[in-house]
Design a binder for this molecule. Structure first.
Ligand code: SF4
Length: 459
């Protein structure tokens, strides 16, 4: 059994029966569900907006090569520098090169899932560079030595008490601090870091090719502080973050806010077009945008699944997924979890190692239902499964099992003649391992439908 599948099953088993974990997770998702309903009220015709944004993303992804070149041209004209990174190693080395050039030893980081992909914090630590997460959820996770649990709310699985306990252990604060007092502790620590950091780092919610800029959305102001104080700003952006124009933001900003957190619009929305200009009083003197591929081109090459590149990382499909709600974010063993993670990870990180994620779904379609960009997620999971079979990545026992099943199902005599007892025994033998120990094995009725029908006709 491949290692990833083995650990996925182990972790899932453990989390699915952890009542306390489920209580915290469902409590936070219930709060999200309640606010999203309110956020959606701002739309007169939400269906139309969803269709429009899907159409924009379809056009952009079909012409991604042209938009990337357009962005490079315009961002460079604005005084910025564009770097192309094929994979995590490329991105790490380019970032290190910038740190060396500026003799930098500290970085303040705004939230970025792309940086999780390239394991940036661990990499910088190996090079004795201090990297501080400034988003509160990410700050908590970094303090706890854990990866983000959710793409929008990184510490979703922690209660206020868990955070108070963590702060008490790691920062020596009083365990009885309230939520706002805990926030103030983080704020005090981070304020000092912003002022002293050599480099500011962020992701990009959207890449704007027409004006040569990027857009960042955040609720805490930490993003703006991370990129305004330091002399250098590095942006790591997945190439699929492209939209066609700055004008599209009027659709994308409210949609991301509504489906991400239930807000009408995120508190801080910033557009950055290169480093500080002569007439500006603050901002970085140098700004780099690293365009990260890291498997995205492989997904782009898949005609049926490339739709997954329309994702705006709102996290709605995670919150809606019955599998995510039971096993939580860390069980997936991948940077991106939930339905979107299960679709893209096999393409980003290898079908052989991660195909099992596409099979770990009830295919209820709730993810597709809630996706603001109308990504047909549950169908994409089926396409991934189909690819795994086509590429001969399923086990011999699975193949044998389905061959036998097909033979039996297509043979009337085999279905009708053997007694139910024998058929049940056969199914138990063949499916025993794959059926799973938590599910009750199905049982054949004493008589098949066709037999009963024949008897009825004879009467
Ligand atoms: S797939 Fe859709 S619902 Fe899921 S994170 Fe992306 S945009 Fe949001």
């Amino acid at each position: 059994m491949p290692n990833n599948l083995h650990t996925f099953l182990q972790r899932s088993e453990q989390k699915a029966f952890d009542a306390e974990h489920k209580r915290k997770l469902l409590f936070n998702i219930a709060k999200y569900d309640a606010t999203v309903v309110r956020g959606k009220q701002q739309y007169a015709d939400l269906g139309l907006v969803r269709k429009k944004v899907k159409n924009i993303k379809w056009k952009v992804i079909e012409n991604l090569d042209k938009h990337l070149i357009e962005f490079e041209k315009n961002f460079t004209a604005n005084g910025g520098k564009v770097i192309w990174a094929n994979d995590d190693n490329d991105a790490q080395q380019e970032i290190l090169r910038i740190f060396k050039k500026h003799n930098a030893r500290t970085v303040v980081k705004a939230k970025s899932m792309a940086s999780e992909e390239i394991h940036l914090n661990e990499f910088l630590k190996q090079h004795n560079i201090e990297s501080i997460e400034t988003d509160l959820g990410e700050f908590i996770q970094q303090l706890d030595g854990e990866a983000p649990y959710h793409i929008v709310t990184p510490a979703m699985h922690k209660s206020k008490h868990d955070v108070a306990k963590l702060f008490a252990e790691k920062l020596g604060t009083d365990i009885n601090l309230s939520a706002s007092e805990l926030t103030l502790v983080a704020r005090r620590i981070l304020r000092e870091k912003y002022a002293k950091a050599d480099i500011g780092f962020s992701g990009a919610n959207f890449i704007l090719p027409d004006i040569g800029g990027i857009a960042i959305s955040e609720n805490e102001g930490n993003g703006r502080l991370s990129i305004s104080f330091p002399k250098v700003h590095i942006v790591l952006a997945g190439i699929e973050r492209m939209i066609s124009s700055v004008n599209d933001l009027s659709l994308f900003w409210p949609l991301l806010a509504t489906f991400g957190t239930g807000q009408k619009v995120t508190v801080y929305n910033t557009i950055l077009t290169g480093p500080k200009k002569e007439f500006e009083i603050d901002g970085p003197y140098e700004m780099y945008v690293i365009l990260l591929d890291n498997g995205r081109s492989k997904l782009l090459a898949e005609e049926r699944q490339r739709e997954a590149l329309y994702c705006i990382r709102c996290g709605a499909c995670l919150n809606a997924c019955p599998v995510y709600k039971n096993i939580g974010g860390h069980s997936y063993g991948s940077v991106y979890s939930g339905p979107i993670g299960s679709v893209i990870t096999p393409h980003y990180n290898g079908m052989e190692e991660f195909k099992h994620l596409s099979f770990a779904s009830s295919l209820c379609g709730n993810c597709t239902e809630v996706c603001p960009v109308n990504i047909n997620l549950h169908t994409l999971l089926l396409y991934n499964r189909n690819d795994a079979v086509e590429r001969d990545l399923t086990t011999t026992s699975e193949k044998t099992m389905w061959r036998l099943w097909r033979k039996a199902m297509l043979n009337r005599k085999m279905m009708d003649n053997p007694p139910a007892l024998l058929k049940n025994l056969f199914v138990k033998m063949v499916f025993n391992k794959s059926w799973g120990k938590r599910r009750t094995m199905f049982k054949f009725a004493p008589k098949s439908f066709s037999k009963m029908w024949q008897e009825r006709e004879r009467r």
